[in-house]
Design a binder for this molecule. Structure first.
Ligand SMILES: Nc1ncnc2c1ncn2[C@@H]1O[C@H](COP(=O)(O)OP(=O)(O)OP(=O)(O)O)[C@@H](O)[C@H]1O
Length: 284
């Protein structure tokens, strides 16, 4: 069941059209990604969904019983330096009729309630902003570029946290321009450019529609010409003794079946990635 439906959303700031025509729908329980380059209109889109901005055109429908249950984490949220983590969470919890347990949330995000905002690292600030988005026990969490600026370790911890949020049944709308993040976390993704939707698909679907090509390289002690006739194979080239074969997702199996094990060495495989898919879709 779709719990968020956005149809022909349009939003401009003065003469500047930030969102031209955006439509997508989010199913209950999924992590839905919104990706695009800087200025594509991602933040404006999710701010409209969160009710923080008024659209100039189109409709946004959030399942009726969930309207009050949207938690939002926006880019670069700041707090007074001396405010402690526990105080911030208690304050936000007081805005809601049925808040989450602050103690449990602190445990979940791994933060010490006594530490002041100024002393938190970038990763800890992001985890606090996620906790603040979750303190009202939302059914939908909107998270905007929450791993930008984090080191790889902190980014992975944040990804684990988002996965756990989903396991609790929360639907997540995630804005990102990290393709690895999208690929790991999202069930589906909308690719946005210049205020319009270029494609909506699963990460694997996006990768396969923009190539989905597998490339394998190896050294062979046998002639490889015959591989060209295999239906799974697109091309075979040999350069300085190194064989490169491209083909569909079954190409590896086809090649190792066609050649004896003893003929193959230094075998490596490469699949086109979300990065390739994104660049191909956005025409770069
Ligand atoms: N308050 C505003 N006033 C004027 N123009 C704005 C405002 N907010 C955003 N814009 C412009 O609207 C366009 C879309 O901005 P938006 O922040 O929605 O994009 P984004 O995809 O989230 O970008 P980023 O990845 O940089 O956050 C950009 O050209 C931006 O400069």
């Amino acid at each position: 069941m779709a719990i968020i439906t956005v149809q022909n959303l349009r939003k401009q700031y003065g003469d500047k059209i930030a969102v031209k025509d955006v439509s997508f729908s989010v199913e209950e329980g999924e992590i839905y990604g919104i990706v695009g380059r800087n200025g594509a209109g991602k933040t404006t889109t999710v701010e409209c969904v969160a009710g923080l901005r008024k659209p100039d055109g189109g409709t946004i429908h959030v399942a009726a019983d969930l309207k009050q249950q949207v938690g939002v984490q926006l880019q670069e949220s700041a707090m007074p330096d001396k405010l402690r983590v526990g105080e911030a969470l208690d304050l936000y919890a007081s805005f809601y009729a049925n808040p989450a347990s602050v103690t449990e949330l602190l445990d979940e995000v791994g933060l010490d309630p006594k530490v002041g905002f100024a002393k938190l690292s970038g990763g800890q600030r992001q985890r606090l902003s996620i906790a603040l988005a979750l303190v009202g026990n939302p059914r939908i969490a909107i998270l905007d570029e929450l791993t930008t600026g984090l080191d790889p370790q902190a980014r992975r911890e944040t990804w684990d946290l988002i996965s756990r949020i989903r396991e609790r049944g929360v639907t997540v709308l995630l804005v990102s321009h990290f393709m690895e993040e999208i690929e790991r976390l999202c069930d589906r993704v909308a690719v946005i450019a210049a205020g319009t939707v270029l494609a909506v698909d699963t990460p694997a679907g996006l990768i396969s529609r923009t190539g989905g090509v597998q490339r394998i390289t190896f050294r062979s002690t046998m002639p490889v010409e015959s591989l060209k006739s295999l239906p799974e194979v697109h091309s075979v080239t040999v350069e300085a003794g190194q064989v490169t074969v491209t083909g569909d997702q079954n190409v590896l199996r086809a090649v190792v079946t066609a050649l004896p094990d003893s003929a193959i060495s230094n075998l490596k495989t490469e699949t086109s990635s979300m990065d390739d898919a994104f660049l191909a879709l956005t025409g770069e």
